[in-house]
Ligand binder design. Structure first.
Ligand SMILES: Nc1nc2c(c(=O)[nH]1)N[C@H]1C(S)=C(S)[C@@H](COP(=O)(O)O)O[C@H]1N2
Ligand SMILES: [Mo]
Length: 315
């Protein structure tokens, strides 16, 4: 036993990490951290600024709205956002939401889980404007100009493995910010899900803005889903987590009342909700208009459901 051991922190020159190794480790760290998601220059922006960059974005003509756009003052004052209360007048309460910074996780059956801020993601995605009809299961409807990017682009970024069959989305969980989440009998956080085929359909959209501006808090800032052929509850707001999985996600509403709110929830005027007809809808400007199969988007999505006729596709 030596009387004197060299101090372990006094490293010999040979133990100093060679530059090449250091560089490798750094690129590895970059690969597993958020760096690849940063668009050039995005890191120089103060938090929050990137969310507002570049508006307004070019409007796509591929999705004709066919109905008059809902005035902004109506679409931003008549909302469902149960995290902030069960009334339609949640806009004021929702101002407690803090959309920046906004940490997000992409995980589950993917090549490599990713963590990033919503701003980094948005700065990297191909933003465009799309005017979509929105049909709530409660039989009211709106026509909203969203800004965002195809959900397919997020799926591509995630690189799901062949085993993944569904995409599961989760809203934030923070009852200090969202008083609705103090209702312990409700199954928080809000969860939604779609199949990979639905997620990669052209219509499936991730919205980061509305009415030519970043999303107002009550519409699900800073990032939400928009699935215009499904009842509105599928269009989950304020997403913090996207998980690829082989298990069909059970949504917030399905947990509360599976007989009334199922996994598929495709709009169909001929399949009544257990408690009311779905034949027509009331627009936010007060007109009564007929409801259409797939909310009028059958040309895009009807093929998704071939061979699935035995499923409860319209609840
Ligand atoms: N996290 C979360 N997402 C949600 C909801 C909600 O309560 N919480 N409500 C849903 C319902 S029922 C509808 S109709 C739409 C309403 O979107 P809007 O308020 O932007 O029109 O958001 C959906 N997304
Ligand atoms: Mo809804």
């Amino acid at each position: 036993m030596p009387l004197y051991r060299s101090r372990p922190w006094a490293l010999p020159a040979s133990a100093v990490t060679p530059e090449s190794l250091f560089m490798n480790r750094r690129s590895l760290l970059q690969a597993i951290s958020t760096m690849p998601l940063l668009a050039a220059g995005a890191s120089l922006l103060a938090p929050g600024n990137a969310l507002a960059a570049g508006y307004p974005y070019p409007r796509s003509s591929a999705y004709p709205p066919e109905r008059a756009e809902t005035p902004e003052n109506l679409a931003t004052t008549y909302n469902n956002f149960y995290e902030f209360g069960t009334s339609k007048s949640v806009a004021a309460a929702a101002q407690a939401l803090k959309p920046s910074p906004w940490k997000m996780v992409l995980d589950g059956m993917v090549e490599k889980p990713l963590t990033f801020d919503a701003e980094e993601l948005i700065a990297r995605m191909p933003l465009e404007e799309r005017v979509y009809r929105l049909r709530c299961v409660e039989a009211w409807s709106a026509v909203i100009p969203w800004t965002g990017f195809p959900l397919a682009a997020l799926v591509k970024l995630a690189q799901p493995t062949a085993a993944a069959k569904y995409v599961r989305f989760e809203t934030f969980l923070d009852s200090s910010m969202a008083p609705g989440q103090r209702q312990f009998w409700q199954p928080w956080p809000y969860v939604e899900g779609v199949t990979i085929a639905e997620a990669t359909n052209d219509l499936a959209f991730i919205a980061t803005g509305a009415y030519g501006k970043p999303l107002p808090k009550q519409m699900g800032a800073p990032i939400r889903l928009v699935l215009p052929w499904k009842y509105g509850f599928k269009s989950i707001k304020s997403i913090v987590k996207v998980t690829f999985t082989d298990k069909r996600p059970v949504s917030y509403w399905e947990q509360l009342q599976a007989s009334e709110y199922g996994f598929w929830a495709n709009v169909n005027p001929e399949v009544a909700h257990p408690r009311w007809s779905q034949a027509s809808e009331r627009t936010l400007t007060g007109e009564r208009v007929p409801t259409r199969l797939f909310n009028g988007y059958g040309a895009w999505v009807a093929d998704l459901y071939k061979g699935l006729e035995r499923e409860r596709l319209y609840i």
